[in-house]
Design a protein around this ligand. Structure first.
Ligand code: PEP
Ligand code: MN
Length: 255
């Protein structure tokens, strides 16, 4: 059975959460067995790592884990697509495709994705201007504006303390000037766990329609991005804060 496209309405503040990468069946089960478990689950299958020697994702084995666990516990799965040849193999498992920062300019990949009836999260490239980002979104035009979700994940700056510079100005501008949903990834923006929750709250205040947060049951053992992952208790604390904050901005948390 094909997953149905997510249908977000304007009051929703949606929270996508999960590990940077799917690492094992046990890891995904731990997230799903958590009492405040997310139902919009992210998890990398194919990872675009800066070093070719770093963990590249489990690939099809990871997809098989997701396929198996979804049969027992339904959830919507969001994962990055790094090559158009992966699309057909993922259609039965993936509700929303993610195009990563490194592929924002991969217009051929975007053209291919625009042929399928599946929402796409388009992340901003490290140094893309808003105009360039919107140029990439145009390649997805066929999907309809409701199915194009822009994701601010921070841009490269001269600063060295944080992984990236979280550009909340882009969120404010895009909400006023475009019809697209815009979400914020505070994990890759800040790059360090202690700052992720505050950045997430700031994103809601800036008008974001949603968040994508990296959560790992044991961040210290993560095969990628453990230094920026929330553990399950920190995730609970984020959820409590978001439930209080969302109504102030006429939103309702959906996860
Ligand atoms: C990710 O979300 O898994 C990721 C790799 O992020 P980005 O493409 O923003 O670097
Ligand atoms: Mn990551």
């Amino acid at each position: 059975m094909e997953p149905k496209a997510l249908n977000f309405n304007s009051r929703d503040l949606f929270l996508i959460a999960g590990p940077c990468a799917i690492e094992s069946e046990g890891q995904l089960r731990q997230v799903l067995q958590h009492p405040t478990r997310p139902t919009l689950i992210r998890g990398g299958i194919h990872k675009m790592r800066t070093s070719a020697k770093a963990f590249q994702g489990m690939g099809e084995e990871g997809l098989e884990i997701v396929r198996k666990i979804k049969k027992e516990t339904p959830f919507d799965f969001i994962t990055e697509i790094t090559d158009a040849r992966q699309i057909e193999k993922m259609l039965d498992v993936v509700s929303v495709f993610q195009v990563g920062a490194r592929n924002m300019y991969n217009y051929e990949l975007l053209k291919e994705l625009s042929r399928y009836n599946r929402p796409v999260i388009l992340k901003r490239a490290f140094s893309a201007t808003i105009t360039e980002w919107l140029g990439s979104a145009e390649y997805l035009f066929n999907l309809g504006e409701k199915n194009i979700i822009l994701c601010e994940r921070g841009v490269r700056s001269f600063d060295t303390k944080l992984r990236n510079l979280l550009d909340l100005g882009s969120v404010i501008w895009l909400k006023k000037n475009t019809p697209f949903k815009i979400i914020v990834d505070p994990s890759h923006s800040m790059g360090l766990t202690p700052y992720v929750t505050d950045a997430a709250l700031a994103a809601v205040a800036a008008g974001a329609d949603g968040l994508m947060v990296e959560v790992h049951p044991e961040p210290a053992c993560a095969l990628s991005d453990g230094q920026q992952a929330l553990n399950l208790q920190q995730f609970d604390e984020l959820v409590i804060k978001l439930k209080k904050l969302a109504p102030i901005f006429e939103k309702e948390l959906r996860m």
